[in-house]
Design a protein around this ligand. Sequence first.
Ligand code: PEP
Ligand code: MG
Length: 517
Amino acid sequence: MENIHTLNWLVDLVRNAKSENTEEAKKDAVALVPTSLVESLLHDGASRESSKELKLLGTGIAASPGAAVGIICFSSDSVLDAIDKGEKVVLVCNETSPADEVGMKMAEGIVTIRGGMASHAAVVARGWGIPAVVGLSGLEISDGSMKIGESVLEEGSCISIDGNTGEVFSGEMELRESGKGISELEIILDWADEIRSGFIKIRANADTGEDADRALSFGAEGIGLCRTEHMFMGDRLPLIQRFILADDESEEEKESLNELMIAQRSDLAEVIAAIAPNPVTIRLLDAPLHEFLGSDTPDELLEHNPMLGTRGVRLAIIREQLYRMQTRALIGALVDVKEAGKKPNADIMIPLVSEVKELNLVRSWIEEEIASVEDGLRPSIGTMIETPRAGITAEEIASAADFFSFGTNDLTQLVFGFSRDDIESRVISKYVNEGILSVNPFETLDSQGVGHVIRHAIEKGRKSNPELEIGVCGEHGGDPESIKFFFGVGVNYVSCSPFRVPVARLAAAQAVLSSFN
Ligand code: PEP
Ligand code: MG
């Protein structure tokens, strides 16, 4: 359906409901609006007519909605060069890592050969509202050109991508402008907020002040996930590399941590100030080491399965000073924000826990750091539930956690044993076509398997800690079908990329409405 028709339909729907002016009419209108319409109105779209005239190069995973046109650049550096010359660019590469983020941010669109819905390129692109197609597995890049099927395109040639369908075309497609700012859309979302108020909140995943402002403008009620590793990209990258490569408790480690703390304190203050007085959950460092070190990873740090390796709380336990430093930076940031006249509201979240003793240990370090500061600021300390063992032992884990947040990207990866970076384009698309899976579980939560762990963790977690606040911060937090599930199992909030917040607001209201019918 072309946007313009559904947009007219939306305008009529809202007008009729307004003229009836009853609560029932508003609820009926909210229930009727397809979440897909809201999603399509928020992004530039591909004109279907114009794309018919272009050559389809291939179809990958539709990882971040919207359509984009630009010249091909194969690296973050060449994106920056082309932007300097006033070009619009689509970054095409094998996969991305934090080191590419400077270029990614400037690109109109992103295409990767590897990866899936929860891989770095997809998560970052959705966070910034950049259209992306990932897992385009038939594509090869070598010597300044890319080959896909019979087509060969040089760096600098024009391509178009449709992040809603996963299609990549050669040539320039016509773009249909987004319907952002349409008053009827705002009215529907306000009515949706009234309906879900008191039942379920919507937060955003945001890592910078700019993201936080955007999240607020889309109607988020806080930040459910601030990934601190994203603060170590660009010119900060050498600082974190220096820390990783230093020996534990060495002078070199101390110096690198001091530098990191200064950078981290000001970055955190920016995010906390931007979202204040709304809450922000600061997730302490969680990145597989190869994302920071890339091809410079020394042999002794190379891992066969980095996503199952020295990540999250595990790195923190072998490098005790890391989370201590991050806690000091956070406390400093809270003080700075308070002194600037705002009401800071931040929590600390520990990633990748699978055993309560891991949490107890790092919690004791964090509490020591907090207690050493005489300012009365006491952030609460919670954990992500993103390993099956954490879900299974939630009763114990909840005894050491003020809140849970389900990291459904990793939880899906680990419950299925499906690598979130490797499996989607080849295996899952086949599984979906063959009917082995009804949907991609990285997109829509698998309510039977992953959902079983979540239901169990909520029940047991609240048994041992009735006050436990429960959120979701994996990509499923922005998926309408999954939101229905989360509401049904008693989640307090979902958190998703800022651009998905309006869809989540509508989906959450619809979940509330359908629970009463
Ligand atoms: C998750 O695993 O769902 C999550 C939010 O953490 P990350 O995507 O950063 O691993
Ligand atoms: Mg995770």
